[in-house]
Every structure is written in structure tokens, then in C-alpha cells.
Design a protein around this ligand. Sequence first.
Ligand SMILES: [Zn+2]
Length: 297
Amino acid sequence: MHAIGIDLGGTKTEGIIMTPHSDTLQRLRVNTPVKQGYDAIIEVIDKLVTDLEATAGSRCTVGICTPGSISSSTGLLKNSNMTCLNNRDIKNDIEAALDRPVLIENDANCFTLSEAMDGAASNFKLVFGIIMGTGVGGGLVFNKRLHVGRHHIAGEWGHNVLDDEGPECYCGKRGCVEVFLSGPGLLYDWRDEDTRPHSVPGLLKRAKSHDSNALEVLERFFQRFGKAVSTVINILDPDAVVLGGGLSNIQDLYTRGAEALGNQIFNNRYSTPVLKNQHGDSSGVRGAAQLWVAGNP
Ligand SMILES: [Zn+2]
């Protein structure tokens, strides 16, 4: 049976058909009607599935990647930056529209599943997946199955507190990992507003030309990365860590970041590979399609 994956994003919604061998048969991309609101978003998903299924020629399983996650107590979507989805029974509403059960997971869980199934971490048993982009998220996959946890927050290291005197976080606490290790957080660490680079590539460019401020900001970033991930390693001791999101393109994370990590774990030897993702921006939609494989989650 073919699997349809849908990645619901803030500007675009993408859908693919995946064969049982993880090949992509078709990929469609449409604008997400955020302004038109919730009902229009459900309609767009319905239309994408209808169009993809016409190509597949048969009924498919459907998995969906959303920002935010389904609350295990209320069944409603929570923590989504697409606020029109919050506190809505999105699973039920999509199931009613599509007339079948669907599986829904957040982007970090879909990312980790995709990379653990047939991506950069496919040869490892316990995989900790990290997304560092506009926010910081994470997911856990053990033996190619997602572990979501009792509160459906497994792997959410982005809101562990790194420095309780740090900047405020939208979650209500101060100094979460996310306020330091997201793209905006990395730039904000450059204190002088007048000279602050406008983008992460801009910051990297200045570091390359030996700008001392840029080098210091990056050094703090690698040390914080090491400190934050080391707390996860000490508890789970995963077989691999795989990085996604825009900041995963910072090449020194795999050398200097990994070294800072190795120096801060509770062991005198460090061997956990820190891997760059293989599927890039497609990992969300691929992981969504793979949710039904082996009964995930
Ligand atoms: Zn937070």
C-alpha cells in the first residue's frame, strides 16, 4: 500500500506519495490558506489527498506533520505557531473529511522518524533528532518507532532551562535552550543592535573574515549546544544524534559543537555521532508518510 504524507507549514503545504520502498512517486505543493483560517486548511489537505490518491490509483494511508502536537489529555492541538490550529480537534476533523483514520505528529518527530527510517541515522537503534531553526525541537526514535511519551513531549529539549537568568521564552520561562540555540536566539546573542548581522549566514560570513565578535558569539553557541545536548545524552545515551533545521547547516556544529558536547557528558570518552540530516526540508513530509509504517507511533 502507498502512503501519503502531508507537511502542513506556515506558508506552504506539501504532500507526497511514498511507495513501500520509500520512493517518492509524486510531490505537490500548495499555499497554506492561513488567512482564510482553519476550515480552509482542512479543505486544502482534503484536496491534496484526493489529487495524490488519483495518481496512486488506490486508497492510501495518510500521515500528517504539523507544527504543534496533539494533547494526550484533551485530544486538541497545542503549542502550534499557526495559532488558528490551537485548541482545535484537527485529527477528528481531518479524519471526517478524509473518511479514514490519520496519524498526526509534530515536525521534530516526523524529522527524527524520517532520518531514523532511511536517512542519516538509519543504522542506529536509539536516535535523538534535533531541529534548530526558528525554534528548537526534538524527537526520539527507538528501533524505527517513535517514542512520544506520557505527555507527548518526549525529546522536547528546547524548553529545558539552560540559564534561568537568560532572555524570556514564549513558553513563560527564562533562558530555555530555544532562546539560545534557535536562529533568532543565535543572532540575539550579538548584543550590539547597531552592528548585529541580519541573518545566520551573515554571521558566519563575518566569522570567516575573523570578526572577533562573530567568533565569540559562535564559540558561546557551540558551548551552549554542548551543554544542552549533554543533559539529553546523560539520560538517554542515544546511539546517534541527527541535526535538522536551518542551523544544521553550520558545519562547525559537527566538529566544535560535538567536541563541546563530548567535554560535558558524564564520561571521559565520547563516541556518539552527531550527524547531518540526509533528507533536508523533505524530512517532515517523508516522516509523515512513514508514520503508518511498523505501526508508528
Ligand atoms: Zn521555553
